[in-house]
Write a protein that binds this ligand. Structure first.
Ligand SMILES: [Zn+2]
Length: 198
C-alpha cells in the first residue's frame, strides 16, 4: 500500500485539473488519477460547472482511419512518439504535453482540432495493445496511423491518395505533410519542448 503524502496528493489534484481542462472523461480520470471518484466528480464540477458526462468510451480503431481523422491522429501520434523518446516524465504527462502541442499545431494552421483528448488517449492504448501501428507511406515517406498487421509494403497514405471530396482541405494537407513527412522531426515543436520539459 502506498503511503499518502500531502505533496503526492497535490500532484494528483494538479494532474486532475490538467486532464479535466483538456476534456478528459471520468473513466480516464479514475484510471489515471489516485483520487476518489467523489473527489474527482467534485473537482470536475468546480472546473467545468457541470457534472461529468455519463457513458462508456465508445471508440473503435476504425474512427482513426477516416480521412481527416487519420491526418490528425497521425500528426498527434508523431508528436507523442517524439515526446516519448525525448522525455523521461510519467506517461500521462507525456500524453498531456503531446496533446497540447497538437492543439498548438492545429491553431497555428487555423484549423479545428478533430482528435479530442479522449480519442488521443484511446489511440495510445490501441498502439500499446498492438491494435494500431504506424505505416510509412511509399510516396511521401510520412508515418501514418494504420491498423496493426496491415501489409506495410506499398502503403499509400491518405494525403497522397485523398478521396475526391477532400479537395477543399488542401490547406490542411500542406501543413500536415510538413509535420508527418520527413526524418522523425515533428512540426516546429523543438522550441516549445525546450521550454516545456525541463
Ligand atoms: Zn503519403
Amino acid at each position: 500500500m502506498t503511503r499518502k503524502t500531502v505533496l503526492g496528493e497535490v500532484r494528483e489534484v494538479q494532474l486532475a485539473i490538467e486532464l479535466i481542462g483538456l476534456g478528459a472523461r471520468l473513466q480516464f480520470l479514475e484510471a489515471e488519477v489516485g483520487l476518489s471518484r467523489e473527489r474527482l466528480i467534485r473537482l470536475y464540477k468546480e472546473i467545468k460547472g457541470v457534472s461529468p458526462p455519463k457513458g462508456l468510451l465508445p471508440f473503435s480503431t476504425d474512427w482513426y482511419m477516416t480521412w481527416l481523422a487519420n491526418i490528425h491522429s497521425s500528426m498527434f501520434y508523431n508528436i507523442y512518439q517524439f515526446m516519448k523518446i525525448h522525455s523521461d516524465e510519467e506517461k500521462v504527462w507525456i500524453l498531456i504535453k503531446s496533446y497540447k502541442l497538437y492543439l498548438q499545431q492545429i491553431a497555428a494552421q487555423d484549423s479545428e482540432p478533430i482528435l479530442d483528448f479522449t480519442r488521443a488517449y484511446t489511440m495510445v492504448r490501441f498502439f500499446d495493445s498492438d491494435m494500431l501501428q504506424l505505416s510509412t507511406c511509399s510516396r511521401c515517406a510520412g508515418q501514418f496511423v494504420a491498423h496493426a498487421h496491415d501489409h506495410k509494403s506499398g502503403y499509400v497514405c491518405v494525403l497522397c491518395r485523398p478521396p475526391s471530396r477532400a479537395g477543399k482541405a488542401r490547406g490542411a494537407k500542406r501543413g500536415a505533410v510538413a509535420g508527418i513527412a520527413g526524418d522523425g522531426m515533428v512540426f516546429g515543436v523543438e522550441p516549445a519542448l525546450e521550454g516545456g520539459l525541463h
